[in-house]
Ligand binder design. Structure first.
Ligand SMILES: Nc1ncnc2c1ncn2[C@@H]1O[C@H](COP(=O)(O)OP(=O)(O)OP(=O)(O)O)[C@@H](O)[C@H]1O
Length: 334
């Protein structure tokens, strides 16, 4: 096992004479055994960052270290990492056992040790009864577990996951998430997990890196990122629905954007007068979309608080201690 460091990492792609910079100096120190999620919208550079750790993309500037070792120039096979992809990348003509054993055979490990490692991984992943099947005879979730099994048997220093759950349906995704957490608890291997799904990020991460347009906007625990977002980008990306960001609400400060989460605005006898535009019913909760002057905001209420009529006026009050303030120009937290 090992720590993982990004030191001022830059990536440029070259297209003909043009060069396009997609990673702008990322710095992060990841401790041995940590589970880190990289999250951000499509095109922000998550996969590029991961692929640079894997050695599938060259690093244009800065250093990536696994443990004490700068790995920039090392071949993927020499980096002691294992990667789990979105499309599983299993060999269709091989059995589950052979798929899991393949990398170890290439390394010329003794047959008895291969058997032992595969059996152990299969037991952890509850794949023991499926070892003779071919990938086509497995469900999507089982294939994903084989892909993880193949990574585990290599006993790598670092696990890399590239959106491994995105081909699974919602229920299986939630279940596999729990399995990955269990796996991490048991094996304690430093892990880097890429996703564009903020719920996945919040539930899996010990700490998360929030990326936007090739820059790291925040690196912190899910709790820190949610309760103290570093920028308006993070505030609006994390949380569903996201934080309300208001430029000129009553009680605002000049030059500042006021942030308030939908669950931190209460219906009250006095406060902001809001015109109801839509009400979304979400089982136990309701989302009231309302207008405040020229701005739109969302309030989260509970089922037992009733549902106001569309077009009616409600009065609501933001909780003072839950207000967030950001610089209107830079978006940085104040
Ligand atoms: N081979 C390439 N040549 C040129 N530009 C590329 C290349 N690969 C990726 N890019 C660009 O680099 C940026 C980051 O891409 P990357 O795949 O890392 O994003 P991502 O955050 O993983 O997105 P997604 O969630 O859609 O996979 C994008 O703007 C993309 O268009």
């Amino acid at each position: 096992m090992a720590s993982l460091s990004f030191r001022n990492v830059v990536k440029q792609y070259h297209q003909g004479k043009q060069s396009l910079q997609v990673i702008h100096g990322v710095n992060a120190e990841i401790a041995d055994g940590e589970f880190i999620v990289i999250v951000g919208p499509s095109g922000c550079g998550k996969s590029t960052l991961l692929r640079m750790v894997a050695g599938l993309e060259e690093v244009s500037g800065g250093d990536i270290l696994i443990g004490e070792r700068v790995v920039n120039q090392l071949e993927p096979a020499d980096r002691d990492i294992a990667m789990v992809f979105q499309n599983y990348a299993l060999y269709p003509h091989m059995s589950v056992f052979e798929n899991m054993a393949y990398g170890l055979k290439i390394k010329k490990l003794p047959a008895a040790e291969i058997r032992e490692r595969v059996d152990k991984a299969a037991a952890i992943l509850e794949l023991g009864h499926l070892l003779d099947r071919k990938p086509r005879q497995l469900s999507g979730g089982q294939r994903q577990r084989v892909a993880m099994g193949r990574a585990i048997v290599r006993q790598p220093q670092v696990f890399l996951f590239d959106e491994p759950l995105s081909n699974l349906d919602a229920k299986l995704r939630a279940q596999t998430r729990l399995e990955i957490q269990k796996l991490h608890r048991e094996l304690g291997i430093t892990s880097l997990f890429v996703t564009h799904d903020q719920v996945e990020a919040m539930t899996l991460a010990q700490r998360m890196i929030v990326m936007n347009a090739g820059r790291m906007e925040q690196f912190g625990t899910p709790e820190e990122v949610y309760s103290r977002p570093a920028t308006t980008f993070v505030a609006s990306f994390m949380g569903s629905p996201p934080m309300n960001l208001l430029g000129n609400a009553p009680g605002g400060r000049p030059g500042c954007t006021m942030g308030i989460r939908p669950e931190h605005i209460d219906l009250a006898p006095e406060g902001w007068s809001l015109r109801v535009e839509t009400v979304e019913m979400l089982g136990a909760e309701r989302l009231i979309h309302a207008r405040l002057g020229d701005e739109t905001l969302i309030i989260r209420t509970h089922e037992d608080q009733g549902a106001p009529e569309v077009g009616s006026t409600v009065v609501a009050r933001p909780r003072e201690d839950r207000l967030h303030w950001f610089d209107q120009q830079t978006g940085a937290r104040l």
